[in-house]
Structure formats: C-alpha cells, structure tokens
Ligand binder design. Structure first.
Ligand SMILES: NC(=O)c1ccc[n+]([C@@H]2O[C@H](COP(=O)([O-])OP(=O)(O)OC[C@H]3O[C@@H](n4cnc5c(N)ncnc54)[C@H](OP(=O)(O)O)[C@@H]3O)[C@@H](O)[C@H]2O)c1
Length: 304
C-alpha cells in the first residue's frame, strides 16, 4: 500500500478553478469501514454546490461521494467484504486514489457494469429509490411525473417507476426525449414546449429534480392526496403544500445499494454516462455539470 495518494482538493470555495491536485497520506479505515482503491468517481451537483460554498462543508476538502473500486483494506469489525472485492457506493472524498467508506453504503459491483458505469449510479439511484418507494410508496398503476427525467437522478426515477408498473411521464428537452422513452417513460414532455404544470394531470407522485420554480409549478399536476418528492428545495413558509397535498424528501433505505445492484444484475436497470474525464480534469467536469444540461452522469476516471 502506498503511503501517499493524489487527491482533488479545494482550499477555498469558488469557481471550478479552485480544484487542484495535491498529494496526501492514504487514509486508514475505521470501525465498520473499508479503504477503497478508487477506479472512478461520479460527479454530482452536490459536489459542485459544496465547492461553491453552498453546503455545510468547510474547506480544505476533497469533493465526491459516488465511488467504484476495489477494497484495499478492512477496518476493525468488517465481515461484509474482503480485500480484493469490487464494490460501488458512497465514500466521502471519492475524487482521490483512495477513499474510506462505511460498509452499509456499499455493495458488490454488479458484473454487468464497468467501473466507470458503476461510479455513475449510487447517488442517483439511491435518491430515486428513497423518493418514489421509501417515502412516496409508489404503487403499480399509479401515475408518476418525473421532472428532469434525463438527469443523473431522473433516469433512475423513470426506470424504477416503470419497473414498479406505474404510468411514467417524464420531462426533458427534445434532444433527450428518445432516451427517456427508451428508459420506460410512457409519455415524454419537452419542457421547452410545454410548461411543467401542463405536462400531466391527476398525478399520484411527482418526483421533482429541477428547480424551485419547477417545483412550484408541478403542484398543479398532482391529484388531491398526492405527494411531491422534492430533491432541490424545501417548500418555503409562503409556499407550503396546498391543502390536501403532501411534500416529502427521499427517505433513507437500508441496504439500498444492494437492492439497486440486484436490479442491474437482472438487467432491469441501466445507466447513462454523459462523459468520462480523467481525475486531473475535475474542474472541467464541474464546469460541464454546472450547465445542468445533458443526459446522465459525468464520471472521473481515477485509475484503469
Ligand atoms: N438527496 C437529495 O436531496 C439529492 C440527491 C441528488 C441530487 N439532488 C439535487 O437534485 C438535482 C438534480 O440532480 P441530478 O444529478 O439529476 O442533476 P443533473 O444530472 O445535472 O440534471 C440535468 C438534467 O436536467 C434536465 N433539465 C434541465 N432543465 C430542465 C427543465 N426545466 N425541465 C426538465 N428537465 C430539465 C436536463 O435535461 P436537458 O439536457 O434535456 O436540458 C438534464 O438532463 C440537483 O439540484 C441536485 O443537487 C438532491
């Protein structure tokens, strides 16, 4: 095991150019944790929000939570994995050659996924599962509206809703309409042509991934008693859910990564990669992510 590793760091918050490569000691896994030799890291909007200083993370810090790689060392008390296992899931500071992860946020990497593909999955798939199943309890035959259906989270909400047997309506631009249809959406609405509030009616569950403004509009698509899962904004004091409607956040789902891995193994889920860039181009990856357009997840390849 090397003593030092290359990591992406930001020492101040700011634009993507604050991201630099530095050398740091390889971390040690603690109780219930493993050390992962990172193959790839997913690039999430959460990472860019943190870098801009919009989250409770004080620099210096290493971005990243989505990871794929090989278990390189076990912390005390770990029985779930062995050194050499290929895994994917969550590891704080995954834009690095090594990262430490709690075992309950990991699962064996499905053989059907490459390391790049596996790193594109965790936060998107877990958030979609936690929203539409754990919190909203989506049922077969119900109507699900997914806004941002081509995004890193939306692609899983569409697929999981379709797998459950719901009627799925997705919003995206014309450029990504065919893709969203191929993921299982029964109806695809071009957000440039049709405002969100007119995209659907009598919806049981809205899974809203775009913006505060879209969330406000999407209330009109819900049927009374329906639920809005919002992953960008909490409704403000002035804009509480209309009477008879509910608002929820994605719920924590124990073992989520293993449930999701099973669906990949069975060929029931697929992932979409927007672009793969080397670790050294983390700043370019953040610039691309901050356009908020394009289908699927950006991935940083750390080693091959
Ligand atoms: N646990 C949580 O609460 C949680 C977890 C993960 C993410 N998030 C948040 O959820 C949001 C989405 O995350 P993400 O990873 O899915 O982002 P993303 O991958 O960057 O989403 C980009 C997608 O949004 C689509 N889009 C942009 N404007 C749209 C509009 N007006 N209507 C419909 N679709 C639109 C784009 O489609 P086109 O290219 O066709 O324009 C693109 O496919 C972010 O704000 C993120 O911070 C929250």
């Amino acid at each position: 095991m090397p003593e030092m590793m290359r990591v992406v760091r930001y020492n101040v918050t700011g634009p993507p150019s604050v991201l630099v490569i530095e050398e740091h000691p390889v971390p040690q896994p603690g109780e219930g944790q493993v050390l992962i030799k990172v193959h790839a890291a997913g690039v999430n909007p959460t990472d860019t929000n943190q870098r801009r200083g919009e989250r409770n993370v004080v620099p210096p810090a290493t971005p990243g939570s989505d990871v794929s790689g090989i278990v390189a060392a076990l912390g005390p008390g770990v029985a779930e994995f062995q050194v050499g296992d290929a895994v994917f899931g969550s590891a704080r500071g995954s834009y690095a050659e090594y990262a430490v992860a709690a075992v309950d946020g990991l699962a064996p990497k499905p053989d059907t996924l490459s390391f790049d593909e596996a790193a594109s999955v965790p936060m998107g798939a877990r958030t979609a599962w936690g929203g539409i199943f754990t919190t909203a309890d989506l049922q077969p035959g119900q109507r699900l509206l997914v806004t941002g259906a081509s995004g890193g989270v939306g692609i899983y909400a569409v697929q999981l809703g379709h797998w459950k047997g719901a009627e799925v309506i997705g919003t995206t631009s014309a450029a990504n309409a065919e893709l969203v249809r191929s993921l299982g959406a029964d109806t695809v609405i071009d957000y440039n042509a049709t405002p969100t509030e007119l995209a659907a009616e009598d919806v049981d569950v809205v899974f809203e991934t775009v913006s505060y403004e879209t969330q406000e509009r999407a209330w009109q698509a819900l049927k009374p008693g329906g639920i809005m899962i919002g992953i960008t904004h909490q409704p403000s004091e002035e804009t509480l859910p209309p009477e008879g409607f509910r608002f929820g956040r994605p719920g924590h789902t124990p073992g989520a990564m293993r449930l999701i891995a099973d669906l990949f193994e069975q060929g029931l889920l697929r992932t979409i990669i927007r672009k793969v860039l080397p670790l050294e181009q983390a700043a370019q990856a953040h610039e691309l992510s901050e356009t908020h357009h394009g289908a699927g997840r950006i991935v940083l390849r750390v080693s091959s």
